[in-house]
Design a protein around this ligand. Structure first.
Ligand SMILES: Nc1nc2c(ncn2[C@@H]2O[C@H](COP(=O)(O)OP(=O)(O)OP(=O)(O)O)[C@@H](O)[C@H]2O)c(=O)[nH]1
Ligand SMILES: [Zn+2]
Length: 291
């Protein structure tokens, strides 16, 4: 029995990668009866029926399932923003961060287009998010700057890219491609990448191990899945301090003796981060009205 990972699903065929080898597999009948939908990122065991064909015998338990893009076992998200052009919007960064935290993904904040920005601006931005505890990478995807460091962070993980339009996600993925050529070249031939354009995500194998989800998706507009009382869990610097509030039910809004509000006043929490928190809190409150 061999172990592998689903890198592409197409017409009830699954393309399973083990090492640098791709095997085309079908599912055992019993899975079809169970209506189990296998997706990219799933780990399976299979037996070979010929050199490059096989049958999936078992599906290993999923660690996670991301809905957009649809992929299992995603470990990490690289949130990509341009420092300028379009100018970084901290409120939008916070919204992406909340969704990434909610999805329990490891987070890398990638600030792109540093060739166009002031070094002072970059330093301030970096400091702002590193202070909260986030990993920040500054790159210029168009010029290959910082790409090696990003590549290192992708090793042995399944990574998805996200960020607003124009931030440079496609440029980043392309900059990562040269390192992939050896393996993806083989994949392309076998599974006809580019021939069939599908809406479904595929995993791109990385030279040093690990995969990147080829569709930068992971967009969202609402926070209706969140509970008001849990929102603070997705702001690390707020949840860190919340235990010191007078009331255990404190939402850090209008409650008296709130340690979070005090921390904002003392400049220990960035006022714009607190603004973002309040804004999303209001959206959650609104969405729950009328239920
Ligand atoms: N100056 C500069 N321009 C860049 C850099 N990276 C990307 N760009 C440019 O920014 C524009 C947008 O880049 P894309 O890679 O298409 O951005 P995207 O995030 O994939 O955008 P969507 O497909 O709309 O989601 C392109 O014109 C790129 O050439 C960079 O590091 N420096
Ligand atoms: Zn409070």
């Amino acid at each position: 029995m061999l172990n592998g990972i689903v890198v592409k699903a197409y017409n009830s065929f699954y393309y399973i990668q083990t090492g640098s080898k791709i095997v085309t597999c079908k599912l055992r009948g019993r899975f079809k009866k169970e209506r189990f939908s296998l997706t990219v990122g799933d780990e399976v065991t299979y037996t070979l029926t010929s050199q490059d064909k096989g049958v999936i015998e078992d599906i290993l338990p999923r660690r996670s399932l991301l809905k957009r893009p649809l992929a299992a076992n995603v470990d990490q998200v690289v949130l990509t923003f341009a420092a300028v052009n379009p100018d970084i919007n901290p409120a939008l960064v916070d919204r992406f961060l909340v969704v990434a935290e909610f999805s329990e993904l490891e987070i890398v904040l990638c600030i792109n287009k540093i060739d166009l920005a002031d070094t002072g601006v970059i330093a301030k931005l970096t400091e702002r998010y590193e202070r909260i505890g986030y990993k920040v990478l500054t790159v210029a995807a168009k010029f290959g700057l910082g790409i090696e460091e990003l590549r290192t962070l992708l090793h042995d993980k399944i990574t998805v890219f996200a960020g607003p339009s124009g931030a440079g996600k496609s440029t980043l993925l392309n900059a990562l491609q040269p390192g992939l050529e050896l393996i993806t070249g083989e994949v392309s031939q076998k599974i006809g990448r580019g021939k069939h354009t599908t809406r479904f995500a595929e995993l791109l194998p990385m030279a040093g191990g690990g995969f990147v989800v080829d569709t930068p998706g992971f967009s969202f507009t609402d926070f209706t899945d969140l509970a008001e009382s849990h929102l603070m869990d997705y702001f690390p610097e707020i949840s860190h301090i919340a235990a010191k509030c007078k009331f255990s039910t404190c939402l850090h809004f209008k409650e008296p003796q709130c340690a979070v509000k005090q921390a904002v006043a003392d400049n220990l929490i960035h006022p714009e981060r607190y603004e973002s928190y309040l804004e999303i809190l209001a959206e959650i409150k609104d969405s729950k009205k009328g239920y």
